[in-house]
Write a protein that binds this ligand. Structure first.
Ligand code: ATP
Ligand code: MG
Length: 552
């Protein structure tokens, strides 16, 4: 079994259901509520549901659990579909909507009423809370629990016709107010809400609750394994109660697994929305957001996200995964798939005093993978190197350019620094160096080899670029626990560099192309703002993890 097919309890359970003929084919679903953009936690759910269906030759549905119209919108519906596809999955058949089943759900609610298993309750929310009891104290029956079937039916039909105001009445299941499981204490099935719905318009003044809707949606679609997160474990008896008490054609099974939580990340939609509302980030797809569209804009490859989700596995116990694991999956993927290029972040002019003519170089686009081919770079007498790569004097630990010392220019010649010009404040303005070799790749004839390699661009040919250097959004590993999100922000999560110069070949970079800028890290051409005449690159990730070791 490959690493991609590592065993986990979900696979074992499904295999067992197939082996014992409990099911003949696997049907799963990914059921987002369209009330926000998808995040890394959803990616986990997507890879689980689509991945298991794929593995067992089954189907996975995309179903919008759209039972809360006020918080939902078409924008979210569109972004969710785009994100699922971008992650590399395609749902079976049409996109499905819980709202398409409202009529059937309504019929089933009437069925429960007819069976004496549901009633219309007029308690106010506060009263209902008092009647519900607590974990240690049983609840009390609502005074409306004894309504007749005829009265319940009449009231529920009138609820549906829009005769009552929001919050005036609810429909509840009649189960057991003394149950140790609070979810079984006569849970609400329908609420009155005179709200327009993005799919059904003004058709419905009542909306089903998650608990009543979800399992029945599974039933309607023939879902075999309804995989969800652990917080629904205590809802499973209710999920099964509906199936037992309704004339349903099919019996799905709910299985729970632990939510994915990563350090240095918040995934609550409420908190993500707060970051946007308070203008801490620029939107749902800001490259610092843990949303799929944010990660995408940051340059994280879909394959790395899938790989990470598989790597963390599925379990039944909550734990926090170090976000460095995700970052490492990104580095692994990009190391293999990103072509190399050169970018000088803080340019310092370097003049090669003895280079008579520009020299054409053939430079490999990848250090090991030959299939990336070569590109032509021209080494001119006037170059830019990074400010940090030069010092007038330095000890032997500094393996870059120093007066009287040698370095190799990446893909080019060995040079030796001779002198530099400084301004009145002593800041270095430009450096003069001579070429020690004449042929790229050669070592100096006198045997004095350079200690290091530095990157460079040709001063006249390079293109100015805007580089957005990103870092983690939060400075603490568990920002979700902070009272005030703005108190735990990493103040350096975005640095915009407008002095950078990239090699001329990057004029062909298309939005979303990712490169390794040699010695700097991985950078992606921004999906929206990059243009060949005005390049904008987002830093995806540095070459090394600078968080695990404080000395970097
Ligand atoms: P909320 O309830 O705050 O709106 P949610 O994260 O539950 O958010 P949904 O749109 O209901 O959002 O989630 C769709 C599916 O994704 C559900 O099946 C849910 O269990 C799953 N999911 C959400 N977050 C995670 C996570 N962190 N790890 C694994 N699965 C998740
Ligand atoms: Mg939810």
């Amino acid at each position: 079994m490959s690493a991609e097919m590592r065993s986990n309890f979900l696979r074992t359970q499904i295999q067992d259901d197939l082996d014992t003929d409990r099911v003949s084919a696997v049907v799963t679903r990914f059921p987002p509520e369209p009330n926000g953009f998808l995040h890394i936690g959803h990616a986990k759910s997507i890879t689980v549901n689509f991945g298991l269906a794929e593995e067992f030759g089954g189907q996975c549905h995309l179903r919008f659990d759209d039972t809360n119209p006020e918080k939902e919108s078409q924008e979210f519906i569109d972004s969710i579909q785009e994100d699922v596809r971008w992650l590399g999955y395609e749902w079976h058949g049409e996109v499905r909507y819980a709202s398409a089943y409202f009529e059937q759900l309504y019929e089933w609610a009437l069925h429960l009423i007819e069976q004496g298993l549901a009633y219309v309750c007029d308690l106010s929310p506060d009263e209902a809370r008092a009647y519900r009891g607590t974990l240690t104290k049983p609840g009390q029956d609502s005074p409306y629990r004894a309504r007749s079937v005829v009265e319940n039916r009449d009231l529920f039909v009138r609820m549906r016709l829009g005769e009552f105001n929001d919050g005036e009445r609810v429909l509840r299941a009649k189960i057991d107010m003394a149950s140790p499981n609070i979810n079984l204490r006569d849970p609400i099935l329908y609420r009155i809400r005179h709200a327009d719905h993005h799919q059904t318009g003004s058709d419905w003044p009542i909306y089903p609750t998650y608990d009543f809707a979800h399992g029945q949606e599974d039933v309607i679609e023939g879902i075999t394994h309804s995989i969800c997160t652990l917080e629904f474990e205590d809802h499973r008896p209710l999920y099964d109660w509906f199936i037992e008490n309704l004339p349903v054609p099919h019996r799905p099974r709910q299985i729970e697994f632990a939510r994915l939580k990563t350090s240095y990340t918040v995934t609550s939609k409420r908190k993500l929305k707060q970051l946007i509302d308070e203008a801490i980030v620029e939107g749902w797809d800001d490259p610092r957001m843990p949303t799929i569209s944010g990660l995408r804009r940051r340059g994280y490859p879909a394959a790395a996200i899938r790989h990470f989700c598989e790597e963390v596995g599925t379990s039944r116990s909550d734990s926090v995964v170090d976000v460095a694991m995700l970052e490492s999956a990104v580095r692994d993927e990009l190391n293999r798939h990103a072509p190399r290029a050169m970018c000088v972040m803080r340019p310092l002019r370097l003049t090669l005093t003895n280079l008579a003519e520009p020299l054409k170089l053939q430079v490999p686009n990848h250090p090991v993978d030959q299939s990336f081919g070569h590109r032509e770079l021209v080494l001119d007498a006037e170059l830019f190197i990074d400010e940090d790569d030069f010092r007038e004097e330095a000890n032997k630990h500094f393996k870059r350019l120093v007066i009287g010392k040698r370095v190799r220019l990446r893909g080019g010649l060995v040079i030796e620094a001779e002198s530099c010009d400084k301004d009145a404040d002593g800041a270095v303005q430009c450096v003069y160096a001579k070429c020690i070799t004449a042929v790229p790749g050669d070592d100096p004839a006198d045997g004095v080899k350079p200690k290091g390699v530095i990157h460079w661009v040709s001063a006249d040919r390079a293109i100015p670029a805007t580089i957005r250097e990103y870092d983690r959004l939060f400075s603490v590993s568990d920002p979700g626990k902070a009272e005030d999100l703005s108190a735990v922000l990493n103040q350096d999560s975005l640095t915009t560099n407008t002095t950078a110069m990239v090699e001329p070949g990057l004029v062909t970079a298309e939005p979303e192309d990712v490169y390794q800028f040699e010695r700097q890290g991985y950078f992606v051409a921004d999906r929206y703002e990059h243009h060949s005449e005005r390049p904008v690159f987002n830093m995806t990730i540095g070459l090394r993890d600078t968080w695990s070791n404080p000395n970097g």
